[in-house]
Design a binder for this molecule. Structure first.
Ligand code: 5GP
Length: 243
């Protein structure tokens, strides 16, 4: 998958390659990681392999439970085949408990209870640090139609319910997460990833983060957090390799 001529795009944690089929693409999960809009960079050894397996688990479960998504199948340790969607340039964040940028914005500590689920929209524009916007901005800028936004919100709440229940069963709290969606043959599909790179997962007993926040906040044992999620989800004790 190192054929650079096939590279479509490169993100913080993944590369996307074209295939012979224009309707499909290959996602390559990387060990590289970035935080704070690229100001902090590093590597989490084995993260790519672990995220590939966690995403296979999550997308398979979401497909079975009726959330249409881009996942087709896992190809090998670090690669999966996906439908080649046109990404909608708006991300959806779903929050069950205050943490991260919301904690800063409203001046409340991480872990503060929320009476209802919070949904936020951000522009996918890293040069502007992915600014927070509302629904009228999205339609005014022509980034998505009201119908697409409604579908994205419905699907995001369903993902929250399905992944939240699945994580509760393995004693992990789903604090918040970020989703991306794409257009494919007239339908809106869940795209990108559902992994410790995009979700805050806290151990239900200790409230310790088991996700990318271990890297963002220099908490150490970053890879162990990712491994723990995979192990609790699938029973898999993976021996990972460098990429
Ligand atoms: P926050 O806005 O509090 O920083 O993040 C909310 C949720 O979205 C967290 O689960 C966080 O990991 C995820 N998230 C926020 N920004 C990014 C990003 O640029 N990339 C990825 N992969 N996830 C993000």
């Amino acid at each position: 998958m190192d054929d650079i001529t096939n590279l479509i795009t490169q993100g913080k944690g993944k590369r996307l390659y074209a295939t012979e089929n224009p309707k499909e693409a290959v996602v390559y999960y990387r060990d590289e990681t970035f935080a704070y809009h690229g100001l902090k960079r590093g590597r989490i050894i084995g993260k790519g392999e672990i995220n590939n397996l966690i995403c296979e688990y999550m997308f398979t479960m979401l497909t079975e439970k009726g959330v249409p998504n881009h996942f087709i199948r896992r190809i090998d340790n670090r690669c999966s085949l996906v439908k080649r969607v046109e990404i909608i340039p708006v991300t959806v964040k779903v929050r069950n408990i205050v943490a991260g940028s919301l904690a800063k914005r409203i001046g409340q500590p991480d872990g503060t209870h929320l009476r209802n689920t919070v949904i936020e929209y951000n522009l996918k524009d890293s040069e502007q640090d992915d600014p927070l916007v509302n629904l009228t901005h999205i339609t005014a800028l022509g980034l998505a139609t009201p119908q697409e936004i409604q579908r994205m919100e419905e699907m995001s709440l369903k993902v929250n319910q399905i992944v939240g229940e699945c994580m509760r069963d393995i004693n992990i709290e789903l604090i918040d997460f970020k989703l991306e969606f794409g257009r494919f043959e007239g339908e809106v599909l869940l795209a990108d990833e559902v992994s410790p790179d995009t979700c805050r997962f806290w151990d239900a007993k200790t409230h310790e983060p088991l996700d990318i926040d271990r890297f963002r906040r220099d908490l150490g044992d970053v890879e162990e957090g990712y491994r723990e999620i995979l192990h609790r989800l699938t029973g898999n004790v993976l021996k990972t390799n460098d990429d």
